[in-house]
Design a protein around this ligand. Structure first.
Ligand code: G3I
Length: 367
């Protein structure tokens, strides 16, 4: 059945229809197919998904996405649990999964102040931090040489005002550490695309800091291939103007632009961004949709996604990838941040693995 017919039927009807995703031949619904001439469509994958534990979710992934980012399994705490011990098992499984299902892998992430191995807290000396930094990049990027398509080399190194975050790397290695990370990654894996990734870097002050950072890396004669705008946005507040200006300004630097961790928060939260250290108290008002998303909110979410994808399509010559941070609402990190145990609805597939109205609005742009 044609997608347009579904849309005409109205999403309210869809909720009660016996719609199944599979078994549609020539007109099978697929995000990656719909946008194949525009940009890659990605998702974050968790351990369960990498191990193909849920067949229905696995089907959604294979059907819709042509690139994947590990949600956690390639972070340093997991890959590098002890000073001289690496554990590549889950990362290797992800690579196998990608090869099996024709899904390219974006490694995430080599240098990040969060989810660091516990042993880092015991290290005080600059020399030891430098040794960790160098060995980690060389070993991990070297291990996955030729196996991942790209790396988020440095993640979230900026403050909201565009200055450098006061991370252990800035404190011990100085402000050139970002350029150095890209240099080491380039040496370890010369044919892999190398990106800087952050949240809120579509906002003017942080964007300016990000632009300086890209210029600094390039001026040092080091390669940087792209900038990731994570895209953890809020219902009714997706900053389209800032996103458009960022796409134009970043691409003017000669780098690819990607939306790398897309989700749209529908629950109450009084701040923007994705700083994992920020937490909020659980109050009686903080989890309002435990019995389902009201129609008005569902529709607003669909409209927000549609407006965003319209903009991204307008700049498809500059945007190389759009990655969602999770597959279905059930596995979104936003169910547990900044408050644990909420019922959130930020993605295109619902808790029953069914496409939401937002999915039809997005894919409808290509019909
Ligand atoms: O694996 C342990 C498990 O053994 C333990 O029982 C459980 C108890 O809390 O925790 C599990 O680890 C959790 C891990 O996710 C795996 O599920 C951590 O507590 C939890 O903090 C961690 O959250 C991840 C977060 O990064 C950590 O910083 C989220 O899944 C992940 O979505 C999120 O991703 C980040 C990007 O990497 C960078 N940009 C922001 C984005 C959202 O925060």
């Amino acid at each position: 059945m044609k997608i347009k017919t579904f849309i005409l039927l109205g999403w309210g009807v869809l909720l009660f229809s016996n719609f199944t995703y599979q078994g549609q031949d020539s007109e099978a619904l697929s995000l990656k197919e719909a946008f194949k001439n525009d940009f890659a469509i990605g998702t974050a994958l968790n351990s369960w998904q990498i191990e193909e534990r849920n067949p229905a979710v696995n089907e959604l992934i294979i059907q819709n996405f042509n690139v994947a980012t590990p949600e956690n399994v390639m972070k340093s705490a997991l890959l590098h649990p002890k000073w001289d011990t690496y554990d590549f098992r889950m990362g290797d499984k992800l690579v196998e999964y990608g090869n099996k299902h024709h899904i390219k892998i974006n490694g995430h992430t080599l240098i990040w102040h969060s989810q660091l191995p516990a042993f880092i807290r015991q290290i005080q000396s600059k020399d030891s931090i430098r040794t960790f930094f160098t060995d980690h990049i060389k070993t991990v990027a070297g291990h996955y040489k030729g196996q991942v398509f790209s790396w988020d080399v440095v993640n979230e190194a900026l403050n909201e005002d565009g200055t450098l975050r006061n991370s252990v790397f800035l404190q011990k290695l100085g402000e050139d550490y970002i350029t150095e990370a890209f240099r080491l990654a380039q040496e370890a894996t010369p044919n892999t695309e190398l990106y800087y990734n952050d949240y809120n870097n579509e906002q003017p002050a942080k964007r300016a800091g990000c632009i300086n950072l890209v210029k600094k890396i390039k001026n040092a004669g080091v390669r940087i291939d792209g900038v990731g705008i994570q895209g953890h946005w809020h219902l009714g507040k997706v900053p389209l103007k800032d996103i458009e200006e960022s796409i134009l300004q970043y691409s003017a630097l000669g780098v690819k632009v990607m939306i790398t961790e897309l989700d749209i928060e529908v629950l109450p939260r009084n701040f923007q961004g994705a700083d994992v250290n920020q937490r909020l108290a659980n109050t009686s008002e903080s989890n309002p949709y435990t019995n389902g998303l009201p129609d008005t909110v569902q529709q607003q979410l669909a409209n927000d996604y549609e407006a965003l994808f319209k903009l991204l399509l307008k700049h498809k010559d500059k945007v190389s990838r759009v990655t969602f941070w999770g597959v279905t609402d059930a596995d979104s990190w936003l169910n547990n941040w900044p408050i644990r145990g909420r019922t959130n609805y930020p993605l295109l597939f619902d808790r029953n693995n069914q496409p939401k109205p937002a999915y039809f609005k997005v894919i409808g742009l290509k019909q």
